[in-house]
Design a protein around this ligand. Structure first.
Ligand code: CAA
Ligand code: FAD
Length: 379
């Protein structure tokens, strides 16, 4: 395995870092405070080609790969984890399943609009009573002539309401369990599709998380993704890659917290010397830096395996598990290094700490990642 960045990836990393620091970071604290999503930032990402990084040019992408994609999510999350997940949900969760399972017509239409950033995407799997236990979902899709009729509620949907296109999973056969779920592409504005509660959250507050409501919502058969009954496989295989996007988000948050804490520890003077001169602080920084590097290697490994067309599901669950837990530990330590100032909104580390928590919860809680890894080891 060789994770050396190519010249193209080095250029992309530099470009995204400049964009993140100049265009995203300045408003990050304010957007967090106001729980405000900024579509202009998404449009700027589209102009830079970030919305279609891994997809071929014929589908509106820039023809790069998953390594470039995780680098972009990492760099955005280093300054604003909400912006990181906007891109991650858009690319990994909304666009990937169309690239993988869509017909040519769906790729030229839906994927092209997502890749070029003309449309923003979202992925709707979870329900009030079906989070970890996906197959217990109750949203239904009933065949009716050339359409399906959707009924039910989805909750916690990232990019909800602001997205233009939703990958929605529903039961077409209630008795067939895993084999009775089907995936659909649903566009905003479809009659019978509306939005419910917007969550008020601990972290990633400028990423909207919204309920979707389907009431006799008629979806043309042309919008069915894959075959009837293939939805569970589509959902799970989408998450195989999506989880590495969240690992990249966690890695970016952790790197941001480490950078801030290192700078502060060198500048803050107590007892006549910088606090970094105390072994108690420098050992903390050493542990944080080591965990950041380990998280990066696992994240890049999963992206590299996917880029090579090799099996990456286990690697991706491992990267998400490790990077999420590491980001939580690292951001807590960063707040500690800042002392009382770290507990205030004068510095970004309290935001990093609040944002880190979600990386242990969504795209499968870290308990579920352990379940996935354990099953793969023992099957
Ligand atoms: N790829 C393809 N097929 C898969 C698969 C995969 N990764 N994982 C499982 N399958 C297949 C199995 O092979 C099995 O097929 P057969 O019946 O033919 O043998 C079938 O699916 C059922 O598999 P399981 O028995 O493993 O299913 P389960 O009901 O025990 O559930 C689970 C497994 C891993 C717990 C799954 O329900 C799960 O991942 N839960 C977590 C849900 C989740 O991650 N939600 C995230 C929502 S998106 C989000 O949160 C967005 C965001 O952050 C921005
Ligand atoms: P539950 O499944 O009820 O779990 C509760 C607790 O029990 C957890 O600690 C869990 O780990 C544990 N647990 C459950 N089962 C087991 C088990 N078998 N073994 C051990 N422990 C177990 N979903 C989408 O579909 N699309 C999105 O875009 C999306 N974005 C989200 C954004 C945010 C901010 C949040 C908070 C959630 C989002 N989700 C999204 C939903 C997310 O994926 C779920 O919250 C997550 O999968 C957990 O489901 P749950 O909340 O119902 O918890």
């Amino acid at each position: 395995m060789n994770f050396d960045l190519t010249d193209e990836q080095k250029m992309l990393k530099k470009m995204v870092r400049e964009f993140a620091e100049n265009e995203v970071e300045p408003s990050a604290a304010e957007r967090d405070e106001e729980e405000r999503f900024d579509r202009v930032i998404f449009d700027q990402m589209a102009e830079l080609g970030l919305t279609g990084i891994p997809w071929p040019e014929e589908y509106g992408g820039i023809g790069s790969n998953y390594m470039s994609y995780v680098i972009a999510v990492e760099e955005l999350s280093r300054v604003c984890a909400s912006t990181g997940v906007t891109l991650s949900a858009h690319v990994s969760l909304a666009s990937w399943p169309i690239y993988k399972y869509g017909s040519e017509e769906q790729k030229h239409n839906f994927l092209h609009r997502l890749a070029t950033g003309k449309a923003l995407g979202a992925y709707a799997l979870s329900e009030p009573a079906a989070g970890s236990d996906v197959v217990s979902m109750s949203t239904t899709a009933k065949e009716d002539g050339d359409s399906y009729i959707l009924n039910g509620n989805k909750v916690w949907i990232t990019n909800g309401e602001v997205a233009d296109m939703y990958i929605v999973f529903a039961k077409t056969d209630a008795d067939a369990k895993h084999k009775g779920i089907t995936a659909f592409i649903v566009e905003k504005g479809t009659k019978g599709f509306s939005f419910g509660k917007k969550e008020k959250k601990l972290g990633i507050r400028s990423s909207p998380t919204t309920e979707l409501i389907f009431e006799n919502c008629r979806i043309p058969k042309a919008n069915r993704l894959g075959n009837e009954g293939e939805g569970f496989k589509i959902a799970m295989s989408t998450l195989d890659g999506g989880r590495n996007g969240i690992a990249a988000q966690a890695l970016g948050i952790a790197q941001g917290a480490l950078d801030a804490a290192t700078t502060y520890a060198k500048e803050r003077v107590q007892f006549g010397k910088p606090i970094a001169a105390n072994q108690g602080i420098s050992f903390k920084l050493a542990d944080m830096a080591t965990e950041v590097e380990a998280a990066r290697l696992l994240t890049y490994q999963a992206a590299w395996l996917e880029s090579q067309g090799m099996e990456y599901g286990k690697a991706s669950a491992m990267s998400k598990l490790f990077a999420g837990d590491a980001a939580m530990r690292i951001t807590v330590e960063a707040v500690q290094i800042f002392g009382g100032y770290g507990y205030t909104k004068d510095y970004p580390v309290e935001r990093y700490m609040r944002d880190a928590k979600i990386t242990q919860i969504y795209e499968g809680t870290n308990e579920i990642q352990r379940l996935v890894i354990g099953r793969m080891l023992t099957k």
